[in-house]
Design a protein around this ligand. Structure first.
Ligand code: AMP
Length: 226
């Protein structure tokens, strides 16, 4: 399956992306994680991306599209993927459509995780991420780690993202409205979008997302990944 996961900042996109990809046995590809890898490695691309990320802005389209084009060309995406946080602008969506058309491939579904804006800042401000795995995410209220600052799963150090401060989150919400909402409209016109409420427990949201693509957990655990 080829799925896009779209959602406002704070909708729990990263958490759901990891769980969905595991359930469906498809590759999870996060544009934000790819940029954070570059930042950790100190590459020029990473330094450039970090300037935009810290300000709550999108990394320029040509950089983002080049990174994702290279990532999608790797063989581990052959049997499907879940794109988390890409495309985030209309230009990126058109570029993705072109990449898929060239590969004679197409998207199966677009999931739009929806959350009231009033909940966004509170959810993001309490978020702690695992530096070692990048995939384990905790929240001081909703899913606190057993030991503060330490990942329950792998013992990695937990940290807060520097773009998770309130003013930056508000900027990210504005960017979402102006740049990313048109991406949802673009795929809506193609009949691919299902809106999934991001409210409630992690498992409830996952169940809704799986139902939206016609899979329940029992189906998904036996998925072939194609
Ligand atoms: P995320 O981890 O998905 O929340 O992304 C973190 C930040 O990385 C975003 O706020 C953007 O600054 C940048 N970013 C991630 N994905 C994209 C994208 N598709 N286009 C441009 N910038 C992106």
């Amino acid at each position: 399956m080829r799925i896009l996961l779209i959602g406002q900042p704070g909708a729990g996109k990263g958490t759901q992306a990891v769980l969905l990809a595991a359930q469906l046995s498809i590759r999870h590809i996060s544009a934000g994680d790819l940029f954070r890898e570059h930042i950790d490695q100190g590459t020029e691309l990473g330094r450039n991306a970090h300037t935009h990320m810290r300000a709550g802005l999108l990394v320029p389209d040509e950089v983002t599209i080049a990174v994702m084009k290279e990532r999608l060309a790797r063989p581990d995406t052959e049997h499907g993927f879940l794109l988390d946080g890409f495309p985030r602008s209309l230009a990126q969506a058109q570029a993705l459509d072109g990449i898929l058309a060239d590969a004679e491939s197409r998207l199966d579904a677009v999931l739009d995780l929806e959350i009231p804006e009033a909940d966004v800042v509170r959810r993001i401000a309490g978020r702690w991420l695992c530096r070692r795995s990048r995939e384990h995410i905790f929240h001081v209220d909703y899913s606190p780690p057993e030991v503060a600052g330490v990942c329950d799963v792998c013992g990695g150090e937990l940290y807060q993202r520097d773009d998770d401060r309130e003013t930056t989150v508000r900027r990210r919400l504005e960017v979402y409205r102006s740049e990313t909402a048109p991406v949802v409209d673009h795929y809506q016109a193609a009949g691919l979008v299902t809106t999934v409420s991001a409210l409630g427990q992690v498992q409830e949201v996952l169940d809704r997302a799986l139902a939206a693509i016609g899979r329940d957990e029992a189906d998904a655990s036996g998925a072939s990944g194609s």
